[in-house]
Design a protein around this ligand. Structure first.
Ligand SMILES: C[S@@+](CC[C@H](N)C(=O)[O-])C[C@H]1O[C@@H](n2cnc3c(N)ncnc32)[C@H](O)[C@@H]1O
Length: 304
């Protein structure tokens, strides 16, 4: 057989690692797995009802309408929790909510959640099925004078090309006492370290997987932008990742690496390296025979 034909055969065999984030139905499935196997949303909900509650009370006092925005809102559970507290603190105000979310699957779940949530008549929703950057361009075309009281960018800055520019643009939309809430994996969490160590070998397709709160804090400080930070400890049960061929374990690996079918498409040395990293005692702890991986997050509440 000629060398060219052998080369072509090898080319055919090589399987490309594909990014999970652009496959919206698969992304939604793995995101649901994260929520089922960690306390991520519980930590955020506790934060909204405690620390954030007082801050929401101080925003837009006495105004008839509060303008809020969720960017990368997903299926809306956290956004609705924020609206609930905002309404408790400002019972007489209407709330206009802009939702920016590129995934149809997520938006449909969000709309279903609204239809099942009673007592939301104080709020109106504008749906923008687009990315954060597309919305930025759209907003500039609208030449709107509208100022926002509260904007959330929760667990989504990984998917924009320039997180710093994105935070700056959305902050520029704030009312003078408004706030931007950013939540990301905490800089010192094992998940952030995993992406630091292996991010360059996983497929990125132009998205910035390596960002954590550490980088956001650095650029906020360099621009002298004030913020408060709150850390949430969160653990993800990854026990099944170590059972070869286990379907749930494979999905968890896709979630952690953000690669579709990571177990089947990653080169063996990368797969072994990732599994070793996940199990290392610096990154996971064993409780009652379960392996719990540190995926702690941090909230940054940025001033206008
Ligand atoms: C991890 S989920 C977070 C969802 C929600 N904020 C939460 O915490 O429950 C990330 C969300 O960002 C969305 N997303 C992906 N790329 C985006 C982009 N370029 N701009 C805005 N949102 C994006 C995804 O579709 C997904 O709904």
């Amino acid at each position: 057989m000629s060398q060219r034909r052998t080369g072509r055969k090898q080319e055919k065999k090589k399987i490309k690692m594909e990014s999970l984030v652009f496959d919206y139905p698969k992304y939604l499935q793995t995101f649901e797995l994260l929520l089922e196997n960690s306390a991520e949303h519980q930590c955020m909900t506790d934060f909204i009802h405690t620390k954030l509650s007082g801050i929401l009370a101080s925003i837009g006092k006495g105004e008839p309408t509060l303008n809020v925005m969720g960017v990368g809102s997903g299926s809306g559970e956290i956004d609705l929790e924020i609206l609930k507290v905002l309404h408790e603190k400002h019972p007489g105000a209407k709330v206009e909510n802009e939702v920016v979310e590129p995934s149809n699957d997520m938006l449909n779940k969000y709309k279903t959640l609204i239809s099942k949530t009673p007592g939301l008549d104080y709020a109106t929703f504008s749906w923008n099925k687009m990315t954060a950057t597309e919305f930025e361009n759209e907003w500039k075309k609208r030449t709107s004078e509208k100022k926002m009281h509260f904007i959330n960018l929760i667990q989504m800055l990984y998917y924009v090309e320039d997180p710093e520019a994105t935070v700056c643009f959305y902050r520029s939309l704030l009312h003078k006492d408004g706030k931007v809430l950013v939540i990301l994996v905490a800089g010192e969490s094992a998940w952030a370290k995993l992406l630091k160590v292996y991010g360059h070998q996983l497929c990125k397709d132009g998205i910035n997987q390596n960002i954590s709160t550490k980088e956001v804090k650095q650029f906020l400080e360099s621009k002298k932008i004030s913020y408060q930070n709150y850390k949430f400890q969160s653990l993800l049960d990854i026990t099944e990742c170590f059972i070869p061929g286990d379907k749930k374990g494979e999905k968890l690996l896709d979630l952690l690496t953000e690669v579709i079918d990571f177990s089947k498409t990653a080169p063996p040395e990368l797969k072994n390296g990732v599994l070793e990293f996940l199990k290392h005692p610096d990154n996971s702890k064993e409780v009652d025979g379960r392996i719990l991986f540190d995926c702690s997050t941090e909230a940054l509440l940025i001033d206008a």
